[in-house]
Structures are given as C-alpha cells and as structure tokens.
Design a binder for this molecule. Structure first.
Ligand code: UD1
Length: 422
C-alpha cells in the first residue's frame, strides 16, 4: 500500500494537462457491450477505476486492449453476463454493465453494490427504470438479476436525477423496441459524452444534457471511435491547489464550460481566473476570501469538488457555509482536515468553516476518492510534512497526480509502506 508525502508550502506554478474524464470513460467502456464492431476510445485516463472496468469487461468476454490512453474494444460475443461481487465491491460504477447486458443479451446478473464511505447509494432508480422498460428484476443472494427478451420503450420519471442511473437507462433504451422518454434525467457533461458516442454507433438519442432525453430504440449498434471529454473534477482540483498555494496554474486540454460553477466560486474566493476554449489560468493576487456554496446536480456546484473546496475555505478569511445536498454523509475528510488545523463544525448536511487558520502537516488517512484529493491540496498548502495514507482511493480517479503536481513545483513523492494501516 502506498502513501504520499508532501512537504507543503511551495507555490504551484506552470501548466498541467488535464486527463480524460473517469466518469465519462466508465460508461463509455461499459456501453461497448451494446454492439459488435471495433470501438476505439481515446483520451482514456489510466486510473484504477478504468482498469477495473476493463477487467470486468474481460470477465464478461469482451476483448479489451489498453495501449496508453487508447482502448480498442470488441464485444462481438460475450462469455458471461455476471458482474461478480469481488469487482463490484471495489467499484460501484460496475453497475453500469447492467443496462447494456440486459438490453443486448437478454440477461444480467450484477452484484448489488454495498455501502460506501459517502453514505447510502442505492440503485433503486436504475432498477425501477429497467422494470419500466420491461425487464424482470429480482434481488437474491446479494445479486441483481435482470431478464428481458427485448426491452420496450417507456416513459420513465426519475425521482432524483441520477448520473449513472440516467446512463444505464439511456444505454438500455438504445436497443429497446420503441421510444423511451427519460424525465428528470441528470444533465452532467459525462451523459452528453456517452450519448455522443452511442449516436456515432447508430443510436437515436435527443436531449442529452437536458432533463428530458428521448431515445428511439434501434435493433443494433455498430463500432465507433470517440475521444473522452476532459475531467472537470481533475481540472477543478488543480485550480483549487493553485489558489491555496497563491500560485499561477494553467490547466490545459480542459473544457471551461463544464467548470462554470467551480470557476465562479474560485473567483468569489478571490482568485483571478482567465479562460479560453480549452484552458483556464488561475492566479491568486490577494488573500483567499470565504464564500458559501451548496452542492447540486450539474450545472450546480459538483459534489465531487466539495471536499477540495472545504480545504480551501479552511485557509480563507471569514466563515464559509458549505451545504452538501447530493450525498448524505460526504464529510469523511472533515476529521482529517481538523487534524491539520482546520476549524470546521458539522451541522447536519452543512459545514461551518471558520477560515484564516494555518494548516500544519500531519499523518492523515484517505477515506474515499475526493476526500483524498482534499487532503492532498491541504497538504500542499500546509506547513511541514503531510503523510496521506491509503492513497489507493486517490489512484482510482487521478492519473499520475504526484508527477503532475511535482511538475508544478510541489514537493511530493509516493512511498510504498510496509506499515500495516488499519
Ligand atoms: C456519479 C459519479 C460520482 C458523483 C455523483 C454525483 C460516476 C461513476 N460517479 O455517481 O462521482 O459524485 O454522480 O454527481 O459517474 N440515488 C438514489 N437512487 C438511485 C441512484 C441514486 O436515490 O438509484 C441518489 C443517490 O443516493 C444520491 C443522488 O441520487 O443522493 C445522486 O447520485 P447519483 O447521481 O446516482 O451518483 P452516481 O451516479 O452513483
């Protein structure tokens, strides 16, 4: 198990190239199950979750060839329709194979994802939607089984906009007989990216990126090429690190239009932010100022940037109120940030951050992907050495993070630990 050591206090400066979006690559890879023919996907981030999805596709009998940031995939036939517990427990997004498997192969058996560090994350909306499309769903022995000769188009209203739920249903409906209307659908850019890939392969989808998506089912999908969109959360994380170290950081190969809520909050916090078509440049001429924020589905402020912004607000002048509305208990980073000197009070789903405090390096433990990112950015701004343990969470979603931060001037290194971490 590795740990990351950061000797904080260096001002970050320079350019950082943003990788492809993990949350886009995962459904795009899962969607290859929907048809035969070659799928060539580029800008695929080499992060552990993506490798896990590749492993899962391999278990299902799909041919996957990863070469650097390119993946070539053929799903002419499959060997199994079962996503086993051992893989699903390491990555909830494995549930994304459910819709494609039942739509193309008439059945799917996917381990029910268990609990997770950011609260209860049910898949009831995925299942209710598939039932509406005519699938027979049962849950037994910890597995979801879905069966259908051919799915039928239907009108589906999602009680809550769900990102992977919308993706699962959009993929399944692509091969259903007739028209599906998804209402109160999630509007994240990753959903648009998936829809664009499916359309290239012959799917008929309209309205992706709005809350009403119409899918006219087709008999089959063929292969297709696609470049994954840039990772907006990775970009936001480097910009937050730039602001916290009073740096001068430019993220390249990114899409500022996907980052508007984050850029607005960084500006409110005092950052000077310039943007072009595919880059953002941030400098921090003055002191960081506290600002309130509330996480919301896109285009609102992303819950995946909440933890990093809590770290930033710990340094900012004044009190900031941060409200988490997407997940019920996504505050695992708070205790660890407190150990570094942050002054944070938890009140239900709100955090009161009294800023202006100095952060000091400490041994800290990562609990989930974005919590790990918040500890890294806190460590970069802290005085002394921060030792972030359990960095496997970080490796699920950030490509070569210590290399990228090192190139920006951070004093950061990875070290394998022999110590057993409980
Ligand atoms: C995705 C992202 C994750 C991000 C999250 C919210 C991927 C692989 N992961 O996760 O990084 O933090 O969106 O932007 O894309 N819900 C239900 N029933 C369901 C499904 C969801 O009640 O069947 C609830 C959840 O508990 C949560 C809310 O809906 O409160 C939104 O979750 P959802 O959008 O589904 O998150 P994920 O797709 O799992």
């Amino acid at each position: 198990m590795d740990e990351i050591l950061i000797n904080g206090g260096n001002r970050l400066a320079g350019e950082v190239r943003i990788s492809g979006a993990k949350n886009s690559a995962l459904p795009i890879l899962a969607s290859t199950i929907l048809g035969g023919g070659d799928c060539v996907i580029t800008n695929v981030p080499r992060v552990v979750d993506v490798l896990t999805m590749g492993k899962l596709l391999g278990i299902l009998g799909v041919n996957v060839l990863h070469e650097g940031n390119r993946a070539v995939i053929q799903a002419e036939v499959i060997a199994s329709t079962e996503a086993p517990y051992d893989l699903v427990k390491t990555m909830r997004a494995s549930v994304l194979v459910l819709g494609p498997l039942v739509a193309r192969w008439g059945e799917a058996k996917v381990s029910l994802p268990g609990g997770c560090a950011i609260g209860s994350r049910p898949v009831n909306l995925h299942l209710a939607g598939l039932e509406k499309l005519g699938a027979d769903i049962s849950i037994e022995h910890g597995y979801i089984t879905a069966k259908a000769k051919r799915l039928r188009g239907a009108r589906i209203y999602c009680d809550t906009p769900t990102v992977t739920g919308t993706e699962n249903l959009m993929m399944a409906a692509s091969l259903a007989e007739g028209v599906t209307m998804l209402e109160n659908a999630a509007k994240e850019p990753e959903i648009v990216d998936l829809a664009e890939f499916l359309v290239k392969r012959g799917a008929r989808i309209h309205g992706a990126g709005t809350d009403a998506i119409t899918i006219e089912g087709v008999r089959e999908l063929h292969g297709g090429d696609h470049e994954v969109i840039p990772d907006r959360i990775e970009a936001g994380t480097y910009l937050a690190a730039g602001a916290m170290t009073h740096g001068d950081v430019t993220t390249t190969h990114c899409r500022p239009t996907h980052l508007e809520a984050v850029l607005m909050k960084l500006r409110e916090a005092g950052a000077h932010v310039q943007e072009g078509k595919d880059w953002v440049c941030l400098t921090m001429p003055d002191k960081l100022r506290g600002t309130d924020m509330r996480t919301l589905p896109f285009p609102g402020f992303p819950t995946d940037m909440q933890a990093q912004m809590v770290a930033l607000m710990s340094l900012a002048e004044g009190t900031s109120v941060i409200t988490e509305t997407v997940f019920e208990s996504r505050f695992m980073h708070v205790e660890e940030l407190r150990r570094m000197g942050a002054d944070i009070r938890v009140e239900g789903n709100r955090l009161m951050v009294t800023g202006g405090k100095k952060l000091t390096g400490a041994p800290v433990m990562a609990s989930d992907l974005r919590a790990s990112a918040s500890l890294i950015v806190a460590g970069l701004a802290a005085e002394g050495v921060t030792q972030v343990q359990r960095v496997y969470h970080l490796d699920r979603g950030y490509e070569r993070i210590e290399e990228k931060l090192g190139a920006l001037g951070a004093d950061i290194r990875r070290r394998p630990t022999t110590m057993k971490v409980h």
